[in-house]
Write a protein that binds this ligand. Structure first.
Ligand SMILES: Nc1ncnc2c1ncn2[C@@H]1O[C@H](COP(=O)(O)OP(=O)(O)O)[C@@H](O)[C@H]1O
Ligand SMILES: [Mg+2]
Length: 255
């Protein structure tokens, strides 16, 4: 479904992503982990068109995406969530999601429909368990609710590939488990392929099919969760410094 080759991103003289290649198969959940600043969000920003790669290729369903603007990439079927939710506070929950649905339309024909956007929004809100009531306010949402809203906005664009960026930040343990189960249901029930960037590894390892590990912008490991958590290079740069390392090993081993 997705074939990324030798992706590079430089910011001035600094290389944030250095020569990273990977593939994603239709229907899988790929976990993308790595210490803070290792280039995870930068990879998402290139995949979603927030900024163009400095070099490399992003083939999605056989066509090149590198350098396309975000709206074109959304129309091809790649949706994303943002690490920090920034909803429109003056719009209702429903309106926020319907707006995303509206923006996500127009792929082949360029035509937009408010009715279709509303229908996409209702489906997306139901999928994440937010109120479908058209007037419910964003102000009532806590951290977990705002993460659900991010997810609903991405789903309303009707993606075939979902890029989920650190969707567990700011959640308590129970909320984290619920969010992880939700990502799995989105894959299982809606058939959406997922790349999941996450800092909290324990929960991620329970849900993903494969993991890729970044450090200083380079891919240092890739494979099944159980293999990755026992890779010496991963232990050295990541697990060794991370409080939930033991939990990650246990979660990966329990699969
Ligand atoms: N727009 C930008 N301009 C300059 N540097 C950036 C920009 N975005 C990210 N970086 C830098 O690139 C590196 C990788 O960042 P990021 O991809 O956000 O890491 P992660 O998501 O893995 O925590 C960091 O050192 C960060 O400061
Ligand atoms: Mg990030």
């Amino acid at each position: 479904m997705l074939v990324v080759e030798s992706l590079v991103k430089r910011f001035g003289g600094f290389t944030a992503v250095n020569n990273v290649s990977f593939k994603v198969e239709k229907g899988e959940i790929l976990g993308l982990i790595g210490p803070n600043g290792s280039g995870k969000s930068t990879i998402f920003n290139m995949l979603s068109g927030t900024f163009p790669p400095s070099a490399g290729s992003i083939l999605f369903e056989g066509s090149e995406l590198a350098g396309l603007p975000p709206h074109k990439i959304i129309n091809r079927g790649i949706g994303r969530t943002f690490q920090i939710p920034r909803p429109f506070r003056r719009l209702s929950i429903f309106e926020n999601v319907a707006l995303a649905g509206y923006y996500g339309q127009g792929g082949g024909s360029g035509s937009h429909s408010r009715i279709k956007a509303g229908e996409s929004a209702e489906r997306a809100l139901a999928a994440v368990g937010l109120p479908v009531d058209r007037n419910a306010s964003v102000d009532g949402l806590g951290a977990a609710g705002l993460k659900k809203l991010e997810l609903a906005k991405a789903l309303a664009t009707e993606p075939t590939l979902l890029l989920a960026d650190e969707s567990l930040g700011g959640l308590d343990e129970h909320e984290m488990d619920q969010a992880a189960d939700m990502l799995r249901r989105i894959r299982d029930d809606l058939g959406i392929t997922i790349i999941w960037v996450e800092h909290i590894m324990g929960v991620l390892m329970r849900v993903v099919d494969r993991v890729m590990v970044l450090d200083h912008g380079e891919k240092i490991s890739e494979g099944l969760p159980a293999a990755v958590v026992s890779d010496p290079r991963v232990i050295e740069v990541y697990l060794g410094t991370d409080v939930d390392a033991t939990q990650a090993v246990t979660a990966a081993a329990a699969r």
